[in-house]
Design a protein around this ligand. Sequence first.
Ligand code: ZN
Length: 170
Amino acid sequence: MTSPACQWVQGILTAYLDGELKPSTAAAVRRHLEHCEACRARAELLQETWDLLDAPTPAVPAGFTSRMMGKIVEEQALERLEARLRPHRLRRRIFASAAAIAAGLLFGLALRTWAVRLPDPGSPVEREVSACLTFVEDLDVFDDQGLDLVEVVEAWDRLEAEGRPEEGES
Ligand SMILES: [Zn+2]
């Protein structure tokens, strides 16, 4: 607990350190500081803080401000770019998924065309759906491996266009 004497000293410590007190008051404070460790510690801390504040500011290297401003502008630009790329990536994913489903449907239709002559066609709708799902799952695997979904879909489309039998052909 702080004694009334400590409270009094700490209340006028700033003025004491600044040398603004009457000589008699300053002497009383000095006497208190000689035997009160808590107030002495506070006085020393105050003095150190002021010394630091009074110390001349270290010289800033030439061009520091413009370099800092350049960095800030750069980072802001990067953030803006990122924000613009994020929905773009999402659109690409949606496009790739839609393309995958379309390609899957086409593949299913082609499969059905080819499967007409097979002995057991099973349920064609079921097989189309399962083919589509497998294709979409495959695309997720491609995506996990960092492959470009759009490229995969385009390659698939090309393969399919090359492989699909012409209409009228048997
Ligand atoms: Zn004290």
